[in-house]
Design a protein around this ligand. Sequence first.
Ligand code: SF4
Length: 251
Amino acid sequence: MNRYIKNVDRIEFSVTSACTGSCKHCSEGGNRRLPSFIKTDKAVEAVRSLCALYNISSVMTFGGEPLLHPEAVFAIHRAATEAGVQKRQLITNGCFTNNGDRLISVVRELKACGVNDLLLSADAFHQETLPLATVKSFAAAVMEAGIPMRISPAWLVSREDTNPYNLKTRAIVAELTAPGVTEGEGNVVFPNGNALLYLKEYFDGRPTVPNPYEEDPRDLHTVSIDACGDTLGGNIYSKSILDLIREYDPL
Ligand code: SF4
């Protein structure tokens, strides 16, 4: 067991870097239009191997917009369900098709594969390019399917700040909140990618907002695998995840 990776309890997959949105606060910025998406068989293999080695309590899929490649999302969560992972999370903007039948069938399959914590990204930034009506249709289908869902907004400066983006976000969250649909913690926009380009004035002269996705590389709790297979300083398309764990060296 690698001493830097002995406390892993979570796996995260960036299923694709492609997205239907084009948000001003997106931390990935220019990466969003890359066409790659995760190799499903390799992702499933990684879930099984990691679950056999560690006590994994949560698996998350996100993107880009992960539901542009729903079969990969289904397969990852199905593997997590079969391995006994308790929390199976998906972050989505809810906008991946204009076809109502397709929408319903994808949502039903999300329920069937075991997604049990759906985080719906909705706020002033997302709704500049993604129609709220489409998000509402998705949310209605998720509720109908019985998948637990939380609205996950991005706040600028802080949740309490009264800048124009936050005021609009509050109104959007209020529109989407319904019986059984709560507001999640969301996150505070941090200075990276597009946020540095388009929201720079909100960071100047203020305390730095930490990147919530960064971890101590000498005590990893999450194995994060991106759409092109990169993780732990290597790649699951060319090596097994177990070899990558053995070889990982943060120094
Ligand atoms: S913030 Fe999310 S929805 Fe918006 S462009 Fe980035 S990945 Fe897409």
